[in-house]
Design a protein around this ligand. Structure first.
Ligand code: 5HY
Length: 255
């Protein structure tokens, strides 16, 4: 089985960390292909960043379809481009926020999301609502750490995240923590040991969900909303995104 784990931002070091965490979660025999798009933002911390991350992400899905990839993880807590990616893919496409929230709801009564910047908490609440997880979500908190500062030496990120998680457990009425950034994936085990509660990293959660779906031979439904997009002309910078008639290779990878 080959799973493509797409970090939608273009920071290669973060992609490498995400890939290691996905490989640690995957079963023997599952090949993890961890990639970043060729174009897009260095980190995703706003709706603007998220919108500009989607074309590159879709290019990676389209390439994956030509490579025979069995399933995809979108490794960004905003789950950017999730439904569009599902239209392009035959196999399952799982966003880390949707995966983490659902698994958290299975091991606790209410979870707190702990993420990076406060300005991204609205998107986390929006996703919880969209996924039917709002009744399990006690709160969404931010550490006020920029995404790329997570891996910056001296940022004290790990300690600040642990402290925010402690406050969440003390104040939110939650019993479980969801890490609200793919860049936190490598901190999951440490935080769980420090707090003594389930801490869910969406990268590991989504990886194992994709494996399970592929093993159950469950692919993305092509009946209705998530059917392959209709071919139509695209212009300007997006000209390469024109989808040819069915059966032909999707998306010609931009030069
Ligand atoms: C992520 N941004 O997981 C999100 C986290 C966030 O570049 N990767 C990013 O703050 O929304």
């Amino acid at each position: 089985m080959r799973i493509k784990v797409i970090n939608p931002n273009t920071t290669r070091s973060m992609t490498d960390t995400i890939g290691e965490c996905a490989r640690a979660a995957a079963r023997p025999g599952t090949q993890i292909v961890a990639v970043s798009p060729a174009m897009g933002p260095a980190s995703i911390e706003s709706h603007y960043d998220e919108a500009l991350a989607v074309p590159g992400l879709l290019q990676e899905v389209a390439t994956g379809e030509l490579e025979g990839i069995d399933g995809y993880v979108i490794a960004c807590f905003g789950d950017p481009g999730l439904q569009a990616a599902r239209e392009l893919a035959r196999g399952p496409v799982i966003g880390i926020a949707q995966a983490a929230m659902h698994l958290a709801s299975l091991v606790g009564s209410r979870f707190s999301v702990v993420t990076t910047l406060a300005r991204t908490t609205g998107q986390a609440w929006h996703l919880a609502e969209m996924y039917g997880m709002k009744r399990f979500c006690a709160n969404v908190r931010a550490c006020e750490i920029a995404v790329l500062d997570l891996e910056k030496p001296g940022s004290n990120a790990r300690e600040r995240i642990v402290e925010e998680c402690r406050r969440a457990l003390a104040e939110d009425g939650s019993d479980t923590i969801v890490l609200g950034c793919a860049g936190m994936a490598d901190l999951c085990e440490h935080i769980s040991q420090q707090l003594g509660v389930p801490v869910i990293d969406g990268v590991a959660a989504a990886t194992q969900l994709v494996e399970s779906l592929v093993n159950l031979r469950l692919r993305t439904s092509k009946h209705g909303e998530l059917a392959h997009p209709l071919p139509k002309p695209m212009s300007g910078l997006l000209a390469d995104f024109a989808l040819p008639a069915r059966g032909k290779p999707v998306l010609q990878r931009a030069a």
